[in-house]
Design a protein around this ligand. Structure first.
Ligand code: CP3
Length: 357
């Protein structure tokens, strides 16, 4: 166990508990990444993206870069959701400009039944080492977010063998062999819960589950295959890592926010296609909300960015329980000035909203 380190800035954790804060905390999904020159330099030193993930010192270096540059209120472990299927033996690699792919996609019943749940400290030790190294480097400056992919989102990559637009193989399983898909999701829920609990033991202060492709499912499918498996993860974490807040982010799933708010999560990520005011009504004060500026809006001029930030804050409205973020990951060619303008606008404009109306 890492010795407890009192946090100097706990705005993010207080907002997750829906406690009053002086201003709205802000961090960005994918805040360590290619839009930063210093990230590109460290990545070049590592060789490639996966080598960067597997090198705890360098993973720590890139985690700290956006904290140093912009003073975000939370750090997020630098890693990838696909480390878990990699540890399950699927052979992860990244094809330049095409994204992730697996050497051994799951295409047979036998392959699914043979899958083994990895032991995090042994088979994903490099991630736990990164968490410990980052915790030491942060020295209590801001909280550290650990994360994993949702079982359904991991399953889509594992079954398709790469990114996909239509998820033909994964959805064929969903319709023709729901029993087999559930067997896979249940193994993944166990793997994800053990992985996240190990990150907490290594020092993570909060956890986020990225369900990037939940919104690709039909409503019944979302409930049965995406949300149910995330709930399985949360229930396991209640035992394995009691009291640690979990943020669920299902992209494209605004219609399901009400149900998600009953999952036991502390907060929900909201993408930019939803209004935060509507989201707030849907969740009825049961969870905090994180979001939701359109990442592409950062390509507008900085004055416009400030106006759009003001719009997101006003949309959430008065009172606690808002964490400012984008509606999805920051894009590769995002201008640095826009990110600086975003952070400055949140700092300037949010205190007015933190008082009850
Ligand atoms: O938020 C952070 O700063 C933490 C880092 C983080 C990465 N991936 C780094 C990364 C997190 C939280 C992820 C999660 C992740 N990875 C998701 C879910 C979140 C989301 O964005 O929807 C998914 C679907 C993946 C799988 C993945 N990894 C894809 C599809 C890609 C290629 C996309 C691209 O932009 O090229 C990656 C690569 C990846 N993961 C990069 C980074 C910084 C770019 C790799 C590079 O440096 O070339």
């Amino acid at each position: 166990m890492t010795p407890p380190n009192p946090l100097k800035n706990d705005l993010f954790l207080r907002a997750l508990r829906r406690e009053p804060v002086e201003r709205t905390p802000v961090w960005l999904m994918r805040q360590a990444g290619r839009y930063l020159a210093e990230y590109r330099a460290t990545r070049a030193k590592a060789g490639d993206f996966l080598a960067l993930c597997k090198n705890p010192e360098l993973a720590c270096e890139v985690t700290m870069q956006p904290i140093e540059r912009f003073g975000f209120d939370a750090a997020i472990l630098f890693s990838d959701i696909l480390t878990v299927p990699d540890a399950m033996g699927l052979g992860l690699h990244f094809v330049d400009n095409e994204g992730p792919a697996f050497h051994h996609p799951l295409r047979t019943e036998e392959a699914i039944l043979k899958l083994r749940v990895p032991e995090p400290e042994a088979e994903l030790g490099y991630v736990m080492d990164a968490v410990r190294t980052i915790k030491t480097a942060l020295a209590g400056r801001v909280p550290l977010i650990g994360f994993a992919g949702s079982p359904w989102t991991l399953a889509t990559y594992m079954i398709e063998g790469a990114g996909s637009r239509d998820f033909v193989h994964a959805k064929r399983l969903r319709y023709d062999r729901p029993d087999l898909l559930k067997t896979l999701l249940s193994k993944l829920a166990e793997a994800v819960a053990l992985y996240l609990a190990a990150q907490v033991r290594a020092g993570a202060d909060a956890l986020m589950v990225f369900d990037t492709w939940g919104g690709a499912l039909d409503p019944q499918g979302y409930r049965e295959f995406s949300l149910a498996a995330m709930q399985d993860v949360i229930e396991r974490l209640r035992v394995l890592a009691p009291g640690v807040p979990v943020i669920l982010f299902s992209k494209g799933a605004a219609a399901h926010l009400g149900e998600m708010s009953r999952s036991g999560a502390a907060a929900l990520g909201v993408d930019w296609t939803a209004s935060l005011a509507d989201a707030r009504k849907a969740v009825g004060g049961r969870v905090a909300l994180q979001g939701n500026l359109d990442p592409t809006s950062l390509f507008a001029r900085p004055e416009k960015v400030r106006e759009l930030v003001a719009g997101v804050l006003a949309d959430y409205g008065h009172g606690p329980g808002h964490i400012f973020n984008l509606g999805h990951g920051i894009l590769q060619h995002t201008p640095i000035e826009s990110v600086a303008a975003l952070v400055e606008a949140v700092r300037d404009l949010s205190p007015a909203y933190q008082q009850a109306s």
